[in-house]
Design a protein around this ligand. Structure first.
Ligand SMILES: Cc1cc2nc3c(=O)[nH]c(=O)nc-3n(C[C@H](O)[C@H](O)[C@H](O)COP(=O)(O)O)c2cc1C
Length: 476
């Protein structure tokens, strides 16, 4: 579906977004005292389960006057405010895909609100920022759960921003892990420290771009420019105080630092979106050199869970769909869906295609594995509602035969190192060492039957027609 014409978004930063959410009844201010240690995390988890509003905690014990917000980008209603569109997931999805394809260049300002206060040396204390112990077995306070970690590729000069969890180690040190290593290893080969900026409290579109894969386009335009396209106005950037990294001018807090070559340290455990605790022995310590922030900054954090304040499936699906279409050149691919089922590094992706020859599904599976080698891949005909498990599984169990429709894949074991957790036994060790090889499933009907009866689904056009009459029929 093509994204319809829309006006640029009605907010310029996180604060204005929160005001809009509140006006729409999608944010609740909580003035009762709450505790950073597990209580805020549990409140967020319960509110997510109950599909509740966003939460602005204004009375955190020991942190009076320092608010923290969560649960603000997970519901379709909140996303409709963030994208300034209708509360329709297909519409939002179309905007995401379009923004991946056509980025909007950013602009760099002399200065911005994130520089209202600048702290160096003895003025730096990460513990001044209200940072929850999110889950009961977390090994520390995770300050980076919704933040964007910005680094620059020293070879190409291209910036990257990604959401990689960060744990506070001491007042001037935090750890990070994950794909940030791609850049760190290039600096380490040159014997140089890696400049890093941890951007906290971004507008919702930057937060969404940061947490999902946004490979740079041919002009080196990355997450900032995808968010610019979604927003309908360029992302405004400022230069860091201690490096040449560029960061969003309207963010609440910027933590500037560096990872010294060869330095590693344990972090975790931390509850992850795959449904388990995870931990690394070789995370990258970021030595903080400077913190800049707005006056009275608002902290923003996410409890990572199977259900969390981030619609991973929506963003992974959009990014994957744009990428497989571009990189495979296969014109038969119509849409893709990442249900985000499965823990850790595995899970599945479903691809709907207009199959034109019997070998097509196999080709699509091979192309998908070039991008996501650890994932199960299910290919279905394009009349399938790929977000509906019932429809997908109906095709699998009705149709799939051994020797004809199943393809063996090979997982890439990226060897995340795990260590002991509190209580002695490391529950992650078995799982990490046993990433199963994925399977490709051709669940398409076309070309497999001589006399396949028509599928008795209501046609898309007829469905759209009755949908247009829904209000008139008095239906909710
Ligand atoms: C709430 C949240 C937390 C995340 N935490 C991590 C993490 O700790 N480590 C990691 O490698 N990826 C993490 N991710 C996933 C990355 O942000 C995601 O893979 C993103 O595409 C990385 O950006 P990049 O493709 O520019 O490297 C997280 C995503 C979200 C939404």
């Amino acid at each position: 579906m093509a994204a319809r014409e829309r006006q640029k978004v009605q907010y310029g930063d996180l604060r204005e977004y929160l005001e809009l959410l509140q006006k729409a009844g999608l944010l609740k201010r909580i003035t009762a005292p709450v505790d950073l240690k597990f209580e805020i995390g549990a409140i967020c988890a319960r509110a997510l389960e109950r599909k509740g509003p966003g939460l602005l905690f204004e009375n955190i014990t020991g942190y009076e006057g320092k608010p923290l917000v969560s649960n603000i980008i997970y519901s379709v209603e909140q996303l409709a405010v963030a994208f300034n569109t209708v509360a329709d997931i297909d519409e939002i999805y179309a905007i995401i895909v379009e923004g991946h394809r056509n980025r909007l260049s950013s602009i760099t300002l002399e200065t911005g609100p994130c520089k209202e206060t600048v702290r160096y040396g003895g003025d730096i204390d990460l513990y001044e920022i209200p940072t929850p112990w999110w889950h009961e077995l977390d090994g520390g306070q995770y300050i980076g759960t919704s933040s964007g970690i910005v680094t620059r590729d020293p070879d190409t000069g291209i910036l990257n921003m990604g959401t990689y969890r960060c744990m506070i180690v001491d007042p001037k040190t935090l750890t990070s892990s994950g794909q940030i290593y791609g850049h760190i290893k290039k600096y380490e080969v040159k014997g140089l420290p890696t400049p890093v900026a941890v951007v906290m409290g971004m507008d919702p579109l930057l937060t969404l771009a940061s947490g999902s894969p946004v490979p740079p386009d041919a002009h080196g335009r990355m997450e900032y420019e995808a968010a610019g396209a979604w927003r309908g106005s360029p992302t405004e950037l400022v230069k860091c105080e201690t490096s040449d990294l560029l960061v969003p001018a309207h963010a609440e807090v910027i933590i500037e630092g560096e990872v010294l070559p060869g330095t590693r340290m344990p972090e975790g455990p931390h509850g992850e979106a795959g449904g388990f605790y995870g931990q690394r022995l070789d995370a990258y310590p970021i030595q903080v050199k400077c913190i800049t922030h707005r006056r009275n900054p608002i902290a923003y954090g996410i409890i990572c869970l199977l259900d969390e304040d981030y619609p991973r499936w929506l963003f992974r699906s959009g990014a994957f769909e744009a990428r497989i279409k571009k990189e495979s050149g296969l014109r038969s691919i119509r849409s893709a869906y990442f249900p985000e089922l499965g823990g850790r590094n595995w899970g599945g992706v479903i691809i709907a295609a207009d199959i034109k020859d019997p070998a097509e599904a196999g080709k699509i599976i091979a192309e998908a594995w070039k991008i996501v080698p650890d994932r199960w891949v299910i290919v279905v005909d394009d009349d399938c509602d790929i977000r509906n498990w019932n429809d997908v599984m109906w095709r699998v169990v009705t149709n799939v035969r051994h020797g004809r429709d199943l393809y063996p894949g090979k997982a890439v074991r990226n060897g995340e190192k795990t260590g002991p957790v509190r209580g002695g036994r490391n529950p992650m060790a078995d799982i990490d060492n046993d990433i199963p090889d994925p399977t490709g499933i051709d669940a398409t009907f076309r070309f497999k039957f001589d006399n396949l009866p028509p599928v008795n689904k209501v046609g898309k056009e007829l469905m759209a027609k009755v949908a247009a009459r829904w209000k008139e029929l008095g239906l909710p």
